[in-house]
Design a protein around this ligand. Structure first.
Ligand code: F6R
Length: 242
């Protein structure tokens, strides 16, 4: 595993964006696996900045996002599709039809997940998967549990996730109870993996995930078995790795 450190959030974001840029420049029609959450926002801002300067071209890039809430449409400002449009897709020259996010409006979970697995296969797999890291070690919506879930599946959100997310909604009842997420196998099949972490509150889980035992109780620990993982963090998040 390669580890790169930025002094702060901005420095970390710049390093992560550099790695993604290199991927796009080396393979203009690459398939990028993308994530939402607060950590990658600075990375997306930096990519947009380089695009605006004429240094990056997204016209042949295909993106496949990790997850989406079940029941939310792309117009809902809490949906992950909305997040991606706002932070990245609406700001660069990517073709929207080349951007994939699980279909939150598909009520039939089996169908939604099968369709998403088929999309990943049809795109020829993922060249580089960007991941954030949850405080409990989750990646995508793959929460700690007794086994690694393999492909795209529907998850019941835990009480703590619903609790954490309710601040974004008017009422707690509006918080989705389920989500579609890529599975561990889909993530592990990406050719390269780029994990971004920021903040002191991530230091313990970064250490546990990347130096502790490989266990479904810490889903990100499985990344230790991948042969091309790059971890990019700020000094605070990497403090226990140094
Ligand atoms: C986002 C996702 C999540 C986040 C994780 C970290 O698509 O799947 O696993 O990456 O919850 O979130 P932040 O970056 O907000 O700490």
């Amino acid at each position: 595993m390669k580890i790169y450190m930025g002094e702060d959030y901005k420095g970390m974001s710049r390093k992560a964006a550099n790695i993604i840029s290199a991927q796009i420049i080396l393979k203009p029609d690459c398939v990028l696996g993308l994530a939402t959450g607060s950590t990658p926002i600075g990375t997306y801002d930096q990519l947009v900045n380089w695009y605006e300067k004429g240094d990056l071209d997204f016209s042949k890039v295909v993106t496949i996002n990790l997850d989406e809430y079940k029941g939310l449409s792309g117009d809902n400002d809490q949906s992950y599709r909305y997040f991606m449009n706002k932070h990245l897709f609406d700001r660069i020259n990517i073709y929207k039809e080349n951007t994939y996010v699980p279909n939150g409006l598909e009520a039939d979970s089996k169908k939604a997940c099968q369709e998403y697995n088929d999309i990943i296969t049809k795109c020829g797999g993922i060249d580089m998967q960007l991941l954030g890291l949850g405080h409990n070690g989750h990646i995508g919506f793959n929460e700690p549990g007794g086994a690694f879930e393999k492909e795209t599946h529907c998850v019941n959100l835990t009480k703590s996730t619903i609790e954490a997310n309710k601040r974004f909604f008017e009422k707690e009842e509006d918080v989705p109870r389920q989500a579609y997420t890529m599975g561990i196998k889909s993530i592990m099949q990406a050719k390269k993996i780029l994990v971004v972490v920021s903040g002191e509150d991530k230091a313990d889980i970064v250490k546990e995930a990347f130096t502790g035992p490989v266990t479904p109780e810490v889903p990100a620990s499985v990344l230790q078995l991948h042969n091309d993982v790059t971890l990019v963090g700020d000094r605070a998040a990497l403090s226990k790795m140094l």
